[in-house]
Design a protein around this ligand. Sequence first.
Ligand SMILES: Cc1cc2nc3c(=O)[nH]c(=O)nc-3n(C[C@H](O)[C@H](O)[C@H](O)COP(=O)(O)O)c2cc1C
Length: 449
Amino acid sequence: MERRTEHMVFAAFASASTTKTSLGAWMHPSTDPAFLSAEYYIGLAQELERGGVDVLFFDDRLAMPAAYGASTDPAVERGSRVVKLDLVSILGLLAGHTSRIGLGATYSTTYGAPYHVARQFATLDHLSKGRVIWNIVTSLNHDEAENFGTNFLNPDQRYDRADEFLEIVTGLWESWEADAVELDRTTGRFADPAKVKRVDYEGEFLSSRGPLTVPRPPQGWPTLLQAGQSGRGRQFAGRWADLIFTTAHSLEAAQGHYADQQRVTQEQGRPSGAAKILPAVMIIVGETEEIANQKNDFFNELSDPVEQLIFLAEQANFDFEQIPMDETFDDAWLDRFTGTRGAVEAFVKSGRAKFGADATLREIVKARSMTAGNRFVGTPAQIADTLEEWFDNYGADGFALMPSDTPGSFEDFTRLVMPELRRRGRVAENPEADGTLRERLGLAVRTAR
Ligand SMILES: Cc1cc2nc3c(=O)[nH]c(=O)nc-3n(C[C@H](O)[C@H](O)[C@H](O)COP(=O)(O)O)c2cc1C
């Protein structure tokens, strides 16, 4: 295995909430319950920045889970992803309290207006001096459509609309040339009108005139992140994304996705490697193997089976209460899902690998809670070995860090794993470098026109 010379990229995967993808996390003793306070977010961002993590990213969902039991009650009772604060406000706050870390927010192309999103992220990019990331999602469930009073679009339509959305947003970001603002008191000219252009975009779903009311963002285009896993999703990511989140439960699967994404990116007219691939991993690290295993066992006990099903129901757009818990899981159920089926299929597979071909839903769910987030458990040296193996074998250019608890597991990562990676030359020695996030991560400045 040849050693790669670039640095690994680390994105902390957080939620503006205390109820995370890691179910049960809010009950963890090292979870800070102050998730409605500014100090919580500032403290988290500063800790990660101090520890040398490249990006703090927040996920989003525009509805509480309501598919399981056809009600929000089971989710509210368990605190399952029922709180999601507005991310643009949080990033604005963090821009003023950090100086280096990339700040990422998720925003849907299905429910917002492109002009609005272009303006928000351009403003945030100025306020953060070029450190903002937009995680582009197309939104995957009916509950979100109901909150916005619109019809649920099928996945291909959502991505077609998203392509138009991005054409408008990037057009608006480019509507001011980088040197358009003159601010010349002697001539009285604020900006050069020849360098501020309309967009005049007319699509099938969306249109916008422009120009934007915000001058060109410091990054040109703020950094674009995407996590499409389907064929159409990978195509969209290949066209637009600078960073791509993936889910892979083995190095082999990660390598397959990595290679396929390079091919698709090239098909979209961009060089292979133009987008950095970050598989999502949960790292549970301890000073000794025994401590790490104890932490992992403790975490596994926090989530009950219903909470796992609430999560799967939200992804698959299907009421899992209808499926008998203790009978062999029948693949025919999969055909009734209208959300993302892939994630559930992966859990069914891991359930069968662990409990046999006749695994029940209860067993599948148990397997999920034990493996969610593709878990790496061990000492700092063991974790670093695994990260290096994935990195040097082109399964990853870096990692999206899924926390088991916040800020506890991020603190463990910066305290125990980052120094080990620094010793091995895998992350920057001095992460205080100047420049925009694109420059720091080695991402090309993008332009379409
Ligand atoms: C690590 C990761 C983070 C994601 N974060 C969000 C999110 O915050 N909000 C959301 O609606 N979807 C999120 N998604 C879902 C993706 O945007 C995407 O819809 C999903 O991976 C399925 O791919 P597909 O759209 O190509 O079917 C995430 C996916 C992954 C793998």
